[in-house]
Ligand binder design. Structure first.
Ligand code: GAR
Length: 209
């Protein structure tokens, strides 16, 4: 596939530094793909501005305009389908996707999470890691399935937890690694380099030319 062929939709609720890392990786040639839509559930998400600055189509879809979660998910899925996305990337998207959405894009949704899953799923996980007393935490890129933060793991990066850390300092150190592994995982998918057996993801050997 060439860069114009592999299309991604990015869902983001907040500041969008992971979105920015993906955009930068595309622009500097590390990721051979393009983003055809950035969609947010928050009207003032900085992620939307980041998309605009790079000429990427972006939109806010207001959850309050829909009668329920399923209807909202359906509308989001509709927008992503219109844009022909091959992959849906969650980048700080703070809504849990329903089973219908997940079935619609079966095997084509990935997420970045700021812990070494399966440790510390859910929210405020940097604080949870500190409170538990782990010596290492990190981040995980994984496929999204119907269980929250439990899909097949694509890549992880390990980050030490220092005695002086608070949630903010640990989050900052983890974020640096998020920005490295998320684009890398996307590129592995874009170039069809992943094999999934059961829930075990491995990187295929490249075929000699
Ligand atoms: C990131 O740390 C990401 O791992 C986390 O939200 C932050 C979004 O930052 N995601 C989750 O906690 C999902 N469960 P960003 O908007 O700057 O990319």
């Amino acid at each position: 596939m060439t860069s114009n062929d592999f299309k991604m939709g990015v869902l983001a609720s907040g500041r969008g530094t992971n979105l920015q890392a993906i955009i930068d990786a595309i622009e500097n040639g590390e990721v051979d793909a393009r983003i055809t839509l950035v969609l947010s559930d928050q009207p003032d998400a900085p992620a939307l501005d980041r998309a605009n600055k790079h000429g990427i189509e972006s939109m806010w879809l207001d959850p309050k305009q829909f009668s329920g979660k399923m209807e909202y998910d359906r509308a989001v899925a509709g927008k992503l389908k219109e844009k022909g996305v091959d992959l849906v990337c969650l980048a700080g998207y703070m809504r849990i996707l329903g089973p219908e959405f997940i079935r619609t894009f079966e095997g084509k949704i990935i997420n970045i999470h700021p812990s070494l899953l399966p440790a510390f799923p859910g929210l405020n996980v940097q604080q949870k890691a500190i409170d538990y007393g782990v010596k290492f935490s990190g981040c995980t890129v994984h496929f999204v399935n119907e269980e929250v933060d439990a899909g097949p793991i694509i890549l992880q990066a390990v980050v030490p937890v220092h005695e002086s850390d608070d949630a903010e300092s640990l989050a900052e150190r983890i974020l640096v690694q998020e920005h490295l592994i998320y684009p890398r995982a996307i590129q592995l998918i874009a170039e069809n380099h992943l094999r999934i057996d059961n829930r075990k993801v491995s990187i295929k050997e490249s075929v000699p030319q």
